[in-house]
Design a protein around this ligand. Sequence first.
Ligand code: GCU
Length: 419
Amino acid sequence: MHIKNYLLFALVFLTGYTVTQAQAPATNYDESKVPPYTLPDPLLTPEGKKVVTTAEWEQNQRPYILKLFTENVYGRIPHKSSGMHFSVTEQGTPVMGGKAVRKQVTIHFEKGDKWPFMDVLIYLPKTNHPVPVFVGLNFNGNHTVAPDKEIRLPQYRAGKNKDADPETLRGTSASRWPVESIVNGGYGVATAWYYDLEPDNKDGWKDGIRTTLKETLHIAPEEWSAIGAWAWGLSRIQDYLETDKDVDAKQTILLGHSRLGKTSLWAGANDGRFSIVISNESGEGGAALSRRIYGETIRNLNTSFPHWFIERYKSFNDHPEKMPTDQHMLLSLIAPRPLYVASAEEDRWADPKGEFLSAKNAGPVYALYKLEGVGVTEMPPVNTPVGKSVRYHVRTGKHDVTLYDWTQYIHFADQYIKK
Ligand code: GCU
């Protein structure tokens, strides 16, 4: 070994200082240390012209921005498979003292009943007309959404279910899914476990639909991402809801928390059938601006979760300024549909201010439609939602989905949804 290498080895050995650690910048939580940045203008065409009409936006600029996200961040989303079909395993069992029904549906992605498929759990208020429905993926399995013995258990063990008896997990995510409050508000809710689409680990794509459906969907695993696969699944839930006469599928409200918030934004950008989109603390790679260096960075994301995005996204690890996009442009793809972006004060990793600024900077696209965005220039105080077509709040507390969040979402939806 060359003397220089000995010295380096001794340095690494004695100090525990490794080259990788030296390269990974420390997380910045200091507002005064956020380096200056300039955001790309969602209304500026590749030819340098400013978009001024909704027609120009819809015909050219919006597809152009969607393509930028496809090619640089999340990958391509394939069409549904022709063999897809639904089997309603539970037609509508009265629950909550008769004021709601529970349905369960399996979405088979191919002809026949074999794996892969996705189990959807649905609660609908009991009424005599089709109801609007909140749609979102869940983190730990449908059986964790409510303490309800009749909810079908996940079909295989992974994630939290891997080591625990799934029976013991029933209802453990119930605080994130206040089903009764949702039903009382006049809404239904449809949810599925994201692992049914792709297990959330770096090798998950081998077991998930990116591998099992690659021939059926005519797409190679590396052409899309875990977030893409989860987003594709959300659109398949929408496909099912369109066949359910108890559901008003023209009024579906897409929501997601954290990584599943990133997913909902990407699904909402690709699938205009979702009439409202809600991002709950989706952070980096979701609602938060990447050029604003605060909390999680692109490098952090790609290091801990190399499967969430496409390979090309890694080339921006330390250079968000080189991306042709930033996340306010993703939010602008939801326009003119109502959009809600929510943060939590203690969730600094997700950069609440970066989420607010992103929501604010989607405003010019809403303005093309003569719609008011967040309506303020400064971040509002905690627990003070602001904005019209783009609504924003930062609530007190930690990274989570709480009843406070749901109460705001229901109130927001009430302004747009006809019941
Ligand atoms: C991690 C990750 C975030 C993500 C979050 C979650 O903290 O770094 O980007 O949003 O997990 O999904 O809970």
